[in-house]
Design a protein. Structure first.
Length: 436
């Protein structure tokens, strides 16, 4: 069950709750239990409607996707469910419940990044499934990237999910899990400190079946789709028998982009690469443990992607606790100099349990909500200042018209929504047009 939009706070974006989808698939594959799959966000269900759904279909318990910014509200709702349905069990997949288990006494079980393996283990034992999950909390489980050949998409009504800047039938999937980098602000997929690629043949078979089912777009959810160049080269084999190549989208790092990779991504028909620049400050780069040669490497990377006609969606981080508002116009100017296709500013959330939080705050407690570090006014001003600075000096109206033509209606709706709320995603086309 998912109650919170844990993807992007934008009316134009809603990705499937992949952790829940994988959990449901494991239960279906390794047991005879029936699964009631509820995505309250996609179905636009109120909490009362979720309660009614559970009442209509009595269940032993539920597994939900825990949020990072709604902990108090989650606790209230879980206790309310337990009161209305005596004996019902609750398990959470998430960073906070698994990292700080002693504080989540209202949960019957907490699952970390190895949730599929923990669920399979609990299903293999006699007795209560949820009790088995709880009994296994102190056991160490290694993530098995090939525990599933693919997810069971019959749990989803995929027309409910969307990406504002991808048109057509879209599938979201992983080719690998975890991340080998050590960015200090990242929860690293619930503390998975390894990069674990799936079997490439199984990924290619999954892609083939999805293409045969009519999918035209694939949004890779890996932290970095370009880490595995041998897989990308092997993916070319899939294209030999296809009349039309699917459109691909995924994350990368600027320091991995070179001429060879850019040419390969173009050959595979990648339409857009998402790259985090985070900050141009060398001091902040050191604190974030993400040091890039912003004067040369970034420019080279974006030049290569632009050369082959691949769009770039780039974001920076604004830290309301330590950054000055005056740094934002400068950041907007430097992004425009890179010639990126789209820009985004994120508000930094120092998640408790991360290296950044421990180094900066130690045991200090503060609100779950990031904007309360400095107040919503400052975050709202930061959002407006950044985007206005970028648009004022570097907006290319020809590029803007191009996006309006390609993504009519939803583009304007998302823009107005996000400016009004000063939160979430809002892309502004960069000054450079990619080649067609």
């Amino acid at each position: 069950m998912r109650r919170y939009n844990c993807t992007y706070r934008s009316s134009g974006f809603l990705y499937p709750p992949h952790e829940l989808l994988r959990a449901a698939t494991v239960i279906k594959k390794y047991s005879s239990k029936e699964v009631l799959f509820i995505d309250a966000v996609a179905e636009n269900l109120s909490f009362e409607e979720v309660e009614d759904r559970i009442e209509d279909t009595p269940i032993e318990g539920f597994i939900y996707l825990a949020g990072l910014e709604n902990v108090s509200e989650e606790r209230e709702k879980i206790l309310r469910l337990k009161k209305r349905f005596p004996g019902i069990k609750a398990a959470a997949i998430g960073f906070y419940p698994s990292k700080f288990r002693e504080e989540f006494t209202y949960l019957d079980a907490a699952l970390d990044g190895a949730f599929e393996e923990r669920i399979r283990d609990a299903l293999s034992k006699d007795g209560s499934f949820f009790q088995n999950l709880k009994n296994g909390e102190n056991s160490v489980f290694e993530i098995e990237p090939d525990i599933l050949d693919s997810v069971d998409r019959s749990f989803l009504k995929e027309d409910r999910y969307r990406d504002l800047f991808i048109k057509g039938k879209t599938a979201w999937l992983f080719t690998a899990f975890g991340c080998p980098y050590n960015c200090s602000f990242c929860i690293r997929t619930y503390d998975s400190k390894k990069w674990l690629p799936r079997n490439s043949d199984k990924v290619i078979q999954e892609l083939k079946e999805l293409i045969e089912s009519g999918y035209k777009n694939f949004r890779f959810l890996d932290d970095n789709i370009t880490l595995n160049r041998p897989f990308l080269k092997k993916l070319k084999v899939l294209y030999k028998d296809l009349e039309m190549k699917p459109n691909l989208y995924g994350f990368s790092r600027a320091d991995l982009i070179d001429k060879e990779l850019a040419d390969l991504l173009k050959e595979l028909n990648f339409k857009r690469i998402y790259i985090g620049v985070e900050t141009f400050s060398s001091v902040k780069q050191s604190e974030y443990r993400k040091q890039l040669d912003t004067s040369y490497k970034l420019k080279t990377a974006f030049n290569e992607l632009s050369r082959v006609g691949i769009e770039t969606a780039v974001w920076i981080i604004y830290d309301p606790d330590t950054d000055r508002l005056s740094s934002l116009p400068r950041a907007a100017w430097r992004l425009s100099r890179l010639g990126v296709s789209m820009v985004l500013m994120n508000i930094l959330i120092p998640y408790r349990g991360t290296e950044l939080y421990e180094n900066r705050y130690g045991d200090k407690e503060f609100s779950e909500f990031a904007i309360r570090l400095a107040g919503p006014l400052k975050c709202g001003l930061a959002s407006i200042l950044f985007y206005a600075s970028y648009a004022l000096h570097f907006l290319n109206w020809k590029s803007l018209i191009s996006y309006l033509v390609r993504f009519p209606g939803s583009f304007l709706r998302s823009a107005l929504y996000n400016y009004a709320n000063s939160a979430g995603v809002f892309y502004i086309p960069g000054r450079r047009q990619v080649k067609k």
